[in-house]
Ligand binder design. Structure first.
Ligand code: NI
Length: 184
């Protein structure tokens, strides 16, 4: 297994619309991708990850909202069959680190998807699981939760993330210099 790099907002690759997973795509290679996505999500740590976020543009989502991290769910080619009610929850995203804000979504959804073997299933979701699935399905359309916020907020978030990245890069640079000195 391997940790994958998670793309961060405003990386334009996050705007890619994912293509369907085709019947011939199922197999060891897709299995490896799913395992790597789970490993990456658990390590982050996060409760959901869409393939788009790791620069793999196929309709594939992994989710685990359990406290014990022992209820992995895979949704391939997910479709929402029905929606019910409204729920406002605070959301975050591994592609928008450190930012949390409220988004309104359907409270309950019925989803049809395929599992990793290609078998089709239907499931009713509510609570955090329903919200998480809708958030991840947005990723497959190239949409991020910050798109639901005001232009002003989104611009502030973009600037903050760019500043954080610059600070991280300069800290990494300083650490590398310190190491180079130590080994001289
Ligand atoms: Ni996300």
């Amino acid at each position: 297994m391997a940790l994958l790099t998670i793309l961060e907002y405003p990386d334009p690759r996050l705007r890619t619309r994912a293509r369907p997973v085709l019947p011939e795509d199922f197999g060891p290679e897709l299995d490896r991708m799913i395992d790597d996505m789970f490993e990456t999500m658990y390590a982050a740590p996060g409760i959901g990850l869409a393939a788009t976020q790791v620069d793999f543009h196929k309709r594939l989502i992994v989710i685990d909202v359990s406290a014990e991290k022992n209820e992995p769910l895979v949704f391939i080619n997910p479709e929402i069959l029905s929606r019910e009610g409204k729920a406002v929850m605070e959301e975050g995203c591994l592609s928008v680190p450190g930012i949390f804000d409220e988004v309104e979504r359907a409270a309950k959804v019925r989803v049809r998807a395929q599992d990793r073997t290609g078998a089709t299933f239907e499931r009713d979701l509510d609570g955090i699981l329903a919200v998480c699935l809708q958030h991840e399905m947005d990723h497959l359309e190239g949409k991020l939760f910050v798109d639901y916020l005001s232009d002003l907020k989104r611009e502030r978030i973009r600037k903050k993330l760019e500043k954080d990245r610059r600070e991280r890069a300069s800290r990494a640079g300083a650490a590398a210099t310190a190491r180079a000195r130590a080994y001289r």
